[in-house]
Ligand binder design. Structure first.
Ligand SMILES: N[C@@H](CCC[C@H](N)C(=O)O)C(=O)O
Length: 291
């Protein structure tokens, strides 16, 4: 880009997990980790837990193979600029953006992600539903330690890594933005998202999350899916064995998500997705951020 070119952005959120959306259909922008961190900075930038770079799959080397199935690629970045495989709240907001921009029709669509193609149902208004794929539950014993307390945790992979710890009180999750909880590097060489979970009622839990690359956020969609599946197994519920879908409500600080595990093992997530603003970057500021 030149230092006079106007580049558009939008701001959106899903259960208060907030994102800067940067449409770049032809993949012209070179979004380094530093540039993303500057854009997501809540004081000196636009501010966001992460960034949704909107690129045509055919224009991005990482997902060209998905282009026949999914026209659009959600190139997701964490707030610190690191790359993640998948973002559950992000993919709902991404679909809401595509509809808002007239790039897709309401109904069913496919979105390319680093974790594979995700199928999304987006209506003109209201909640968005995503088929999040299958959860993998490796058997490694994981322990989460914080402020002198430790909890055994369940290792769940939803395309990205999670450690789900059942705690006595969500306050035990402490000041997560300040002190990242310990996680064993041997199990999670690329870092991990950590969910702290308490029971709220039958098939109803609440969580707080410390996200890899973003700190504590008010919601995490892949995290809510990991929590629902880990809670189901703890409860002795496995739809693959009973043939009956299991739905859990997962409360997050920014709202509530409905998660259903189907007998074929796939996990569906339903929740809100909103676009709240749109504008353009100051060309000189963006040019400096990208430099
Ligand atoms: N907030 C997201 C997850 C974003 C990626 C995560 N921080 C990671 O590094 O894996 C969600 O809604 O799933």
């Amino acid at each position: 880009m030149t230092s006079t070119e106007r580049i558009a952005f939008l701001k959106g959120h899903g259960t208060e997990n907030d994102f800067v959306i940067v449409p770049d259909p032809d993949g012209r922008l070179d979004l380094s980790a530093t540039a993303v961190a500057r854009i997501c900075d809540r004081r000196a930038g636009l501010g966001g837990d992460g960034l949704l770079h909107v690129v045509r799959s055919a224009a991005h080397p990482e997902v060209r193979a998905q282009a026949d199935e999914a026209e659009w690629f959600m190139d997701y970045r964490n707030g610190d600029g690191s790359i993640a495989e998948m973002c559950g709240n992000g993919v709902r907001v991404f679909a809401r953006y595509l509809l808002h921009a007239g790039l897709v029709e309401a109904g069913d669509l496919a979105v390319a992600t680093r974790a594979g193609v995700r199928r999304v149902h987006v209506a003109k208004s209201g909640d968005v539903t995503v088929s999040m794929g299958r959860a993998a539950l490796p058997e490694e014993g994981v322990v989460v330690t914080l402020d002198g307390r430790s909890w055994p945790a369940r290792n769940v992979n939803m395309g990205n890594p999670h450690a789900v710890a059942f705690v006595e009180d969500l306050a035990h999750a402490g000041e997560l933005r300040a002190v990242p909880p310990f996680s064993p590097a041997a199990v999670y060489p690329d870092g991990v998202n950590i969910e702290f979970v308490v029971d709220r009622g039958p098939r109803h839990v609440a969580m707080r999350v410390h996200e890899r690359g973003s700190g504590e956020t008010r919601s995490c969609g892949t995290g809510a899916c990991a929590v629902a599946v880990a809670t189901a197994r703890r409860d002795g519920v496995d739809p693959a064995r009973t043939g009956t879908p299991a739905t859990y409500t997962v409360d997050v600080l920014g709202g509530s998500l409905s998660i259903t595990e189907l007998p074929d093992g796939t996990v569906e997530m339903t929740g809100p997705a909103e676009i709240v603003a749109e504008g353009t970057f100051d060309p000189a500021w963006l040019s400096a951020a990208l430099a």
